[in-house]
Design a protein around this ligand. Structure first.
Ligand code: RAM
Length: 486
């Protein structure tokens, strides 16, 4: 059996079961004519299929009925005029359908939606109609009966935890999706954070294993990096992007998996791929052990506009190396010492070539002199600096309006992780409350893909309408709250 076939068969063995639940909106019957509309509120964010019935309300309908059905993760999305959408990502992600119904009948819409609100507008009917039997069949592979409430006594953290676990639940389908509205695929960066939170919440190990195997089956690029995303429906397809930080986070995800399960079977079959990812990264370092810019989409780090991410990327490398060396030590792999030496050498190089002694910050030529929170955070997580020096640097950079700031909950996760690493528990709690709590103040039922507190229209893709409001990488407050017993 080829490696690809082997990994795909393992992925298949670990396909999680979906749990289904019917959500019935409060309104049960609606009599309408042309131009009328009705808003259904599911009372919660849900991912699944919508059905309803249509019948005559007196005379026979006479001609097909045309409905426009719109699904919104929040009310802003319902109120948005999709015809004004500025196309960056395809407008076909926007959840709106025109439905022509020929006869009185029950209709189950074939596509899956992610929404809390459903607006049905009767675009045209010749005779009055009745719409009734509304039902939204929600799916998730998260077993909610396993979920224990967080032990926190802090009311806001408790609310944040509920919304964060809900976010994860919605993204857990037959694999860890990044967002059930968009892109509905498995991305490494999202997988890492979903898996991490899952260990402390729904504890579904199959889905994590499945996702690791799906990546292991992927096609590497010419530098040797795994794909950064995978499609699995309707059949397996290895994604076209090969972002280096995501390839490194695959290694970290394997380390996390071992740490939480001690499962050697999975580690044994994935160890070679992890070593190969690190070796591929080693190959793009220069003679001073500093990463060199590569063509194409090489580093992600965050959706912060104009971000130069190479220092941060170098930090991700160190972070992955350290985690991997710990794994090697735990499983008694003799290459462990070799990795330790390399980590020490790379850290020295970072301090020497990437750190500006006068500015007391990681500002350098590699990133064209740009100051970013991202560089500081990843250098801290990579162990290049620590203690008081690192604390001061992190606090001042987060406060500095001229420094590039994180815009995604993904990057905010790593900023919070750096705070926990530096024992800045109070600051980290405040950070979680301000940022994730901020989304709650805007009525979030699930946490969003991107959020800048003073710019609610921010989108990484030029138009907020396409943003995903239930995005996997924003679920990690539950991880922090539960792991650190906040
Ligand atoms: C977007 C998605 C996804 C993320 C990538 C890098 O397309 O939001 O979650 O991992 O970017």
């Amino acid at each position: 059996m080829t490696d690809k076939k082997f990994f795909l068969s393992k992925a298949d063995e670990n396909r999680p079961m979906l749990h289904y639940r019917d959500i019935i909106p409060d309104i049960n019957e609606f009599v309408a004519q042309t131009g009328d509309s009705i808003l259904l509120d599911l009372g919660e964010h849900a991912v699944g299929h919508f059905s309803f019935a249509l019948d005559n309300a007196g005379d026979f309908i006479d001609a097909p009925v045309r409905l426009i059905i719109k699904f919104g993760e929040d009310m802003r999305e319902i109120e948005d005029d999709f015809s004004l959408y500025k196309e960056g990502l395809s407008r076909t992600w926007l959840q709106e359908e025109i439905l022509n119904i020929d006869y009185p009948q029950k209709t189950t819409m074939p596509r899956r939606y992610a929404c809390r609100y459903i607006k049905i507008t009767v675009e045209k009917t010749n005779k009055p109609i009745k719409l009734f039997d509304f039902c939204f069949c929600a799916s998730t592979s998260a077993d909610v009966s396993v979920l224990q409430p967080a032990k926190t006594k802090d009311a806001l953290l408790n609310k944040i935890d509920i919304v964060a676990t809900n976010t994860l639940k919605e993204c857990m389908q037959t694999f860890f999706e990044d967002g059930p509205k968009r892109d509905r695929r498995l991305w490494t960066g999202d997988l890492r954070l979903e898996a991490l939170t899952n260990y402390y919440t729904f504890k579904n190990l199959e889905i994590t294993k499945r996702c690791l195997y799906l990546f292991a089956a992927g096609d590497c690029d010419k530098l040797g990096f795994l794909p950064s995303y995978i499609y699995e429906t309707p059949y397996y397809f290895s994604g076209g992007a090969h972002i280096a930080d995501y390839a490194l986070l695959f290694v970290v995800s394997v380390c996390d998996y071992y740490e939480h399960t001690g499962d050697m079977d999975v580690v044994n079959v994935l160890l070679g791929i992890c070593k190969a990812q690190l070796a591929s990264f080693r190959a793009v370092l220069d003679e001073n052990l500093i990463v060199t810019r590569q063509e194409g989409w090489f580093a992600f780090i965050d959706w912060c506009p104009g971000l130069e991410g190479l220092t941060a990327l170098q930090g991700v490398y160190l972070y992955a190396l350290e985690r991997f060396s710990e794994l090697l030590k735990a499983i008694g792999d003799e290459e462990y010492e070799k990795y330790l030496q390399h980590i020490a050498d790379v850290r020295c190089a970072c301090k020497k070539y990437l750190y500006d002694k006068n500015a007391k910050a990681f500002i350098n030529k590699l990133d064209n002199g740009q100051l970013s929170v991202h560089s500081q955070v990843w250098m801290i997580l990579g162990g290049v600096i620590g203690g008081e020096e690192a604390k001061k640097l992190l606090v001042s950079c987060l406060d500095n309006k001229n420094a590039k700031q994180p815009v995604t909950p993904y990057m905010r996760h790593y900023a919070a992780e750096a705070m926990f690493k530096l024992n800045m528990k109070n600051e980290a709690v405040q950070y979680l409350k301000t940022f994730w709590g901020g989304m709650l103040e805007h009525g979030a039922d699930t946490f969003w893909e991107a959020y800048i507190p003073d710019d609610l229209d921010f989108s990484p893709y030029d138009d907020r309408m396409i943003n995903s409001l239930c995005h996997a990488w924003s679920c990690t407050p539950s991880y922090f709250i539960r792991k650190y017993e906040l």
